[in-house]
Design a protein around this ligand. Sequence first.
Ligand code: GLU
Length: 489
Amino acid sequence: MNKQSQSSPYQRAGQWLVAIVSPLLLLTAIPGCKTVNSLDDIQQKKTLTVVTRNGPTTYYESKLGPTGFEYALAQEFADSLGVELEIRTAYNLDALFEILDRNQADIAATGLTAPGERARDYRFSLPYFNAEQLVVYREGTRRPRKVEQILDKDIMVLARSSHAELLRKLARDHPTLRWRETTDLETLDLLDMVERGQLTYTIVDSNEFEVHKAYFPLVRRAFQLAGPKPVGWALAHKPTDDDLYDAVNDFFTRISEDGTLDMLKERYYGHTSHAGQGDSHTFALNVERRFPQYERLIKEVAREEGIDWRLLAAISYRESHWNPRAVSPTGVRGMMMLTQTTAREMKIENRLDAEQSLRGGARYFRKSRRRIPKQIRDPDRTWFALAAYNVGMGHVRDARALTKRQGGNPDSWSEVMERLPLLQQKAYYKQTKYGYARGMEAVIYVQHIRSYFNMLDWQQVDEYRRKPPVHVTAHLPEGLRDVGPLIAL
Ligand code: GLU
């Protein structure tokens, strides 16, 4: 519907990884646009309209189509109602709430902290997770540990965010607290400014930080400014539609009980748990320095062998850090660290030849993927195949059997992932068919590749981005108010 995208290249000097899809659209009031937000309306129009913002924790278009945690939740909800999902993206929180106020969307889904001052104007669904509000700083500068240490410092947050609300509250007890609020930047921009030393502190929700920190190796958690707070969907207060509100809450109750919510959390946040920031930083450097030499080759081989190039790039990075001459004492070698036997099986003559190695690895991965039971669908299918690529199919089967014995779902990667490390313990592996396996290593292997894959995915998605002019409002303590406007960047 009222979607329009504009884009222009955004590149951070010398750094590829500012992975930001920022909102390209500002949705404004459309005269005559039909009022929505009653369950009846939704069912009649057969469309649920959800407003969100672009971002890795919310919604973005990837090469494989729309994705993101909020998007996936909204799609689930639309499916449960048997209607189509229409996504609208707002450019900032202000625009988002305005869309809701004008009843141009049924629900706002964008990691909103509930309910605080917002309770006056919006109804919040049951929470789908809790997030801490974190102060973050740049490594190499002094780490603050409490609010007294950030008074009188340069802080910037999103206008109309729960973070701005929190600062307003704190300012009552700490009159020298000052900060700026921006309507034109996104969380990722603020993190980027901290990374580059252009901003001293910002505040970010912990779930967002977990996902974003991979892209900002120098941005560190300083301290928790507010404890875990519920995050939920917002619905307009007026007109109030109890049926819609109840349907949303029934939906959240159901998906918490039947495991869908956990599955989605794992899918969208699961990769963050094993990738350390240092490792991400090294990856970023390698993408900049080494990857360009192999990019064409990787893309070409991936296309010819029928695998996603980002996956091939992520696997080959994990295997050899893109070093075609890599050799390990265990006898595996080359870009994809193939054994002699695998190479022969995959019809590869020279393992130290980058192209051959990539080809051999891609074929081996596909073979492993084909052997995963049919009912397991992507993305789990890919993670299972990677685990099997690393530790062997037999052990993956054992871990699935163990999962089933323990009452878990053997087709879910997140559930099997929890059991794989048990194959290292005698009490467990003695009951299995294939015995001991380095299960933890396989889990870390998969999670690392997921994380590299995501970073490459973001790089692709965000090559184009409009960088808006920056408008900030300064909240200064008395006495500092006459210093004039503060303009960032
Ligand atoms: N939790 C924040 C809020 O409610 C929004 C999340 C974000 O900063 O992106 O304002």
